[in-house]
Design a protein around this ligand. Structure first.
Ligand SMILES: [Zn+2]
Length: 252
């Protein structure tokens, strides 16, 4: 079997001890999705892996395949940023951990990971700034953006039935289950269609079409915007078949 070598930026998702001095490290990369690798002697080797095994850290890893079928092993690591401010405050830390768990639950080694990596790194950088009042809905916005990257971006620009552009409408209907939007004339008034005013509609679009940087400080959500948050939750639940329950993500 060919011994391939990889060298890439990564975000550390999970670190577990394996036997005495060895670690199993799970990390997110731009090109290979989520990778799990052994770090032999990782608990002791400060020279090869200095500071690289803290969860949520941005690192560069060099790893090889395969030692045994399907197993990678880490050779070296360089720490880029451990985001110290995230660890100092339970609010940004809680947000970061929730998003980390979501990635672990929905991202497997796949070709969509470039955008997902970029979103997660941007989120960590924003949370590390430490001087903001963070919206409690950031993990929900994050899930919507990751769902988009996984190929589930909803159709929001025009009415799914008549094609009318929705940006000029005063009232828009969104179906989280279908992932489609409709004008007033074309909506079916049943099955969980959400009636959105213009502000709520623009907010929904912003969540799906922007990055974490634009959504960090959304404060004082109106009732309408809270409907959008519920819509996003329903959308993610339906399309990724996953819910947050009792402190963990559960596949439906
Ligand atoms: Zn229509």
């Amino acid at each position: 079997m060919i011994n391939r070598e990889f060298f890439e930026h990564a975000i550390v998702l999970k670190v577990k001890t394996y036997r005495d001095n060895d670690l199993i490290v799970k990390f997110l990369t731009p090109s290979y999705g989520v990778v799990t690798a052994f770090a032999f002697g990782g608990r002791k080797s400060r020279r090869r892996f200095s500071g690289c095994f803290e969860e949520l850290s941005h690192v560069v890893f060099k790893w090889k395949s395969p030692l045994r079928r399907g197993y990678f092993y880490l050779e070296e690591g360089i720490l880029i940023d451990r985001f110290p401010n995230i660890h100092k405050d339970k609010i940004p830390y809680g947000i970061a951990v929730n998003c980390q768990k979501f990635i672990e639950a929905v991202v497997i080694g796949n070709s969509y990971s470039k955008g997902i990596y970029k979103i997660f790194l941007e989120l960590l950088k924003e949370l590390d700034k430490g001087n903001s009042i963070f919206s409690r809905n950031i993990p929900i916005f994050f899930r919507a953006q990751i769902a988009s990257e996984l190929g589930y971006k909803p159709q929001l620009e025009s009415c799914n039935r008549c094609g009318r552009l929705l940006s000029t409408e005063q009232k828009i209907f969104f179906s989280p289950i279908k992932g489609q939007s409709f004008c007033v004339k074309c909506t079916e008034k049943k099955n969980g269609y959400l009636a959105l005013n213009k502000r709520a509609y623009l907010f929904l679009k912003e969540v799906f079409y922007s990055g974490p940087r634009d959504l960090m400080n959304k404060e004082g959500l109106t009732t309408n915007e809270n409907i959008v948050v519920l819509g996003i939750q329903k959308f993610v639940e339906t399309h990724l078949n996953i819910i947050w329950q009792k402190g963990k993500f559960v596949h439906l």
